[in-house]
Design a protein around this ligand. Sequence first.
Ligand code: KIV
Length: 272
Amino acid sequence: MSNVKKLYKKVTTNSLFEMKQRGESIAMLTAYDFSLARLVDKAGIDVILVGDSASNVMAGHETTLPITLDHMIYHASSVIKAVKRALVVVDLPFGSYQGNPKAALSSSIRIMKESGGHAVKLEGGKEIAMTVDRIVSSGIPVMGHLGLTPQSIYKFGTYAVRAKEEEEAEQLLTDAKSLEKSGCFAIVLEKIPADLAKKVSDSIQIPTIGIGAGSGVNGQVLVLHDMLGMNTEFNPRFLRRYLNLEELIPNAIKNYITDVKSLAFPNSEESY
Ligand code: KIV
């Protein structure tokens, strides 16, 4: 038996369940590439989501719809190479699972085999219960996603807060229970009223992870590029910025340009 001490304890779906039970809030962020995933993991994040928001922040698309399964596998395999501790969850992209449990399973298997991700995430409620059950039965952990589900943006017509009306709120609660019953290990709640998010979180055993869902949930998630302030034009109320890279990066680049133009870079110590 090896006597090498483990320097870190890997986060698993069970760890998240235990965190909810002992009241420890789960910290989740997105990442899409090796270099940033390495830093996010090193900082001690619990869960890294290789989100289909890569479609927006990496590829510059207006919505999450264009990103493909191949793209998601590319991003996830880059992230996985950097991660030592966090649980890595990979979004199933639009068109890779909707309406077809068999296709959903084969998309999930591709993600697990080709990227090395630890779990998949998909959007929807009761209507995807059979799909979730099929994926979970094959041994792949599934995270759900309710509320504002960006893959349905053309159905909603707007990125406004969801489930403000009683009927939609009741449906969301039913959907959360159905996802739990189908075997999801956690559910993302996006842009819904805080009191509804708390009610859902208190009604199910599995953890909820909120984005724009207030503080009564069991964890929080943000898009990495948003919380690092890479695009200050994107300004939703739920977003807290921890850095202003939109200013810091161009300033560093301006300094570099000045140094190159003035021949201040490289100096003798930077030369061979
Ligand atoms: O794709 C993504 O980044 C997400 C989060 C907003 C939860 O689904």
